[in-house]
Every structure is written in structure tokens, then in C-alpha cells.
Design a protein around this ligand. Structure first.
Ligand SMILES: Nc1ncnc2c1ncn2[C@@H]1O[C@H](COP(=O)(O)OP(=O)(O)OP(=O)(O)O)[C@@H](O)[C@H]1O
Ligand SMILES: [Mg+2]
Length: 215
């Protein structure tokens, strides 16, 4: 049975596709069987995968909300991890991608608008969980993060005030996370590599299936 991680926020440009690429590259590098579902009309994730073809993975593009769940079910048997990248606005496809997730990661950059949309997206996860009568963990992931800045303090206070759960690892603003959009290779060393390792560790504490060594 596979683990489904959906990356969602109604804020555009928050780091969804970047996060999807990092997770897909990292899990594929561990030897896990990974599948990417691109549910964004802009198909940035598909473009990245098709252009570089660096990691073994299955790629499916699906914008039709009625086909998201059947697609996940079809991929589940043959894949360990399915990562769904969604559009920068809440679409019906996003709702179904959230509804079938074992974890929803909500990227959030350092702006008030990012926090507002993270809160709305968390509410959407809660509604999808109520609709499907199951619990769906949701975590805010700070991206393009600049530690020890006034804005970081503001944003983190707002997230706490909104009652949002924030994943401990923060993806700092690093050029390595931009370079991979041109190289197709996710960082494995330096500060960026360490952050990815730390992010996977955090995810594994939320999704027990990813706590097990790679099959
Ligand atoms: N940790 C980071 N360090 C540096 N740049 C980052 C980081 N995270 C994201 N970015 C940059 O932020 C921009 C937006 O990221 P991305 O395309 O992943 O967002 P998105 O949420 O998928 O956008 P959209 O809503 O348009 O699909 C990109 O230029 C990306 O390189
Ligand atoms: Mg995107």
C-alpha cells in the first residue's frame, strides 16, 4: 500500500512544485517506487520531470477531479509513495487530492497572504477529512525561509495564532533549491541536502509507513 502526500495551498508561488520535486527526488533516490501526479494546469512538475528524467518515477497528469481518486487507487499497488502537486488556487481536483492523502503539506513563504491561504487550505483539509470521515494530517511547511528576520517572526506568530501545525524543518532560501529547476537534480549535500534529510525525518514521524527502511 502506498503513502499519498498531497502538496497544496491556494496561494500561488508558495513552493508546492519545489516541495513535490524534493520529495519525489529524495524518495526515488532511496529506491522507493514513486509516482507523481500533476494536478496543476500549468504542469510545472511534469515539465521538470520530462525535461530531466533524472529519477525513476511514474508521472501522470490529471486535472479531472473525478479521476484523481481512481488514479491514486490504480497507482497504489505498484508504488510506495505518491506525491500530488496541485494548482495555486483551490480547485475541485485539489479537494480530491487532499481527500485521499495520508499527509497534506502546505507550503508557506514569508508573507501575510501565504499565512491566510495556509489557514484556508488547512480548513479545506479539515472539511475533506470530515467528508471522508477520516483524519488527514496537515502541516505547514515554511519555504523560501529566511531565519532570524523580523518577517519570519511575524509569520511564525501568525501561524501559531491561527492554530496551524508547522513542520519543524524549514526550507531556507537557498540557491540550491533554485538551481535544481535548471539541473533536474535535487541537492544531496551542503545545507540544502541536510534540510531535505531533516524534512524526510519529519515526514516519517507523521506517516509511520515512511519510517520503515526502504524495501
Ligand atoms: N527554499 C527555497 N529557496 C529558494 N527559492 C525557493 C525556495 N522554495 C521555493 N522557492 C522559489 O519560489 C518560487 C515558487 O516556487 P514553486 O514554483 O515551487 O511554487 P508553487 O507553489 O508551485 O507555484 P504555483 O502556485 O505557481 O504552482 C520558485 O521560483 C522557487 O524556486
Ligand atoms: Mg507549482
Amino acid at each position: 500500500m502506498s503513502t499519498v502526500i498531497t502538496i497544496a495551498t491556494s496561494k500561488g508561488g508558495a513552493g508546492k512544485t519545489t516541495t513535490a520535486e524534493l520529495l519525489l527526488g529524495a524518495y526515488a533516490s532511496q529506491g522507493r517506487r514513486v509516482a507523481a501526479i500533476d494536478a496543476d494546469l500549468n504542469h510545472s512538475l511534469s515539465d521538470w520531470i520530462n525535461r530531466f528524467d533524472q529519477y525513476p518515477m511514474t508521472l501522470r497528469q490529471e486535472l479531472d477531479e473525478a479521476k484523481i481518486i481512481p488514479l491514486v487507487e490504480a497507482l497504489a499497488d505498484d508504488h510506495d509513495v505518491i506525491v500530488i502537486d496541485t494548482a495555486g488556487a483551490a480547485t475541485q481536483a485539489t479537494v480530491f487530492a487532499i481527500g485521499c492523502a495520508d499527509l497534506v503539506l502546505i507550503p508557506c513563504q514569508l508573507s501575510s497572504a501565504d499565512v491566510v491561504e495556509a489557514a484556508k487550505t488547512t480548513q479545506l483539509v479539515a472539511s475533506a477529512a470530515a467528508m471522508s470521515r477520516q483524519s488527514i494530517p496537515a502541516r505547514v511547511l515554511l519555504t523560501d525561509y529566511q531565519p532570524n528576520t523580523v518577517i519570519a517572526g511575524h509569520v511564525e506568530s501568525e501561524l501559531v495564532a491561527c492554530g496551524l501545525d508547522v513542520i519543524p524543518t524549514k526550507l531556507n532560501r537557498l540557491v540550491a533549491f533554485k538551481e535544481m529547476t535548471f539541473t533536474g537534480t535535487i541537492p544531496t549535500d551542503g545545507g540544502a541536502g541536510a534540510l531535505i534529510t531533516s524534512l524526510l525525518r519529519d515526514v516519517a514521524t507523521i506517516v509511520p509507513a515512511l519510517n520503515t527502511p526502504c524495501p
